[in-house]
Design a protein around this ligand. Structure first.
Ligand code: KPL
Length: 306
């Protein structure tokens, strides 16, 4: 399969490298200057769970590309730009493998091909230009974003990932939406709290931080139900607890962003919950407070438009 990986951060580089190991796949990595220059010079080095080097094609120019699949792994605040660039190319399908919710709608607005949504618990950190640390394996779930997409694109993506020995499940449109809301509950609880308290995920799972798990999960579940996705309160709280346990020793992506003085993905996490809740007349005060606090931090560092 011809695959464009759009966004060569941690997860994009990891999946780009793992897919590039399959001789039948041809992978093009789209990313920023220094990383792409290093990949071109010396290949993409993966360390950790497995150690290897691959040599995918690499470019900084995301326009006029064509492939069977565009795997979108950019930070959510870059999705609009990515979607516009991808819109100049031709793809059989595009799949968002990003944090939060809302990216799929943005891609669907700009692209004339089936949009798939995905979520993953694989762990990676980009350590240096051309180098990514593979910290842990988990699973990947993909499925069609639009329930009318009945043309098998999700199954083809499933087969392409399975050929790289990746643990992947293909869900239907209902199944993937439920999974995305479970992940959203985990991100909404863990990301801003660990970033504000400057602790690893496991520390948030202990008292007093853990007192916040239930109220956040309840708000996210209520918003999911109001949006037509069947998620109950206990299920959402269990999804948060499961992620905390599985990633106890990790720093969340938002904690890392804040430590490095970078803009976060708060708008597509707690921000998405608040905006959807408002549409349905639901109060989500804890999510609202966390969204405001992180946005205040970003605004103070001039990381977002006023
Ligand atoms: O996805 C994550 C992130 O850090 O963004 C969680 C699930 C919170 C794991 O760290």
């Amino acid at each position: 399969m011809d695959i464009v990986v759009f966004g060569a951060g941690s997860i994009g580089s990891l999946f780009g490298a793992l897919l590039a190991r399959v001789p039948e796949h041809s992978v093009t990595l789209v990313g920023r200057d220094r990383h792409i220059a290093a990949v071109r010079d010396s290949g993409l080095r993966v360390t950790g769970v497995d150690d290897f080097v691959v040599r995918p094609s690499a470019t900084t120019d995301g326009t006029d590309l064509s492939a069977d699949l565009a795997l979108v792994t950019v930070k959510s605040f870059d999705t609009e730009t990515a979607a516009r660039e991808l819109g100049t190319g031709a793809f059989r399908a595009v799949c968002s493998l990003q944090n939060g919710l809302g990216n799929e709608e943005t891609l669907a607005r700009h692209l004339n091909c089936p949009v798939l949504a995905g979520t993953t618990s694989y762990g990676a950190v980009r350590e240096a230009p051309g180098a990514v640390a593979w910290n842990g394996s988990g699973d990947i779930v993909v499925g069609p974003w639009d329930p009318r997409d009945a043309d098998g694109a999700a199954d083809e993506v499933g087969e392409a990932f399975a050929a790289a020995d990746l643990s992947i499940t293909v869900a239907d449109a209902d199944g993937i939406r439920r999974r995305l809301w479970h992940k959203l509950a985990a991100n909404a609880a863990v990301n801003p709290t660990t970033a504000l308290a400057r602790v690893e995920n496991g520390a948030f799972g202990n008292q007093p931080g853990s007192d916040l798990v239930e109220p956040i999960a309840r708000e996210v579940a209520a918003t999911a139900r109001a949006s037509g996705v069947d998620v109950d309160d206990e299920e959402a709280a269990a999804a948060v607890a499961e992620v905390i346990e599985a990633t106890a020793g990790n720093e969340s992506s938002m904690y890392r962003d804040v430590e490095r003085g970078r803009r976060t993905e708060i708008d597509v996490i707690n921000g998405y919950v608040v905006e959807q809740a408002r549409k349905h007349g639901i109060d989500v005060p804890v999510n609202e407070t966390l969204w405001t606090l992180i946005r205040t931090w970003e605004a103070g560092r001039e990381l977002r438009d006023p």
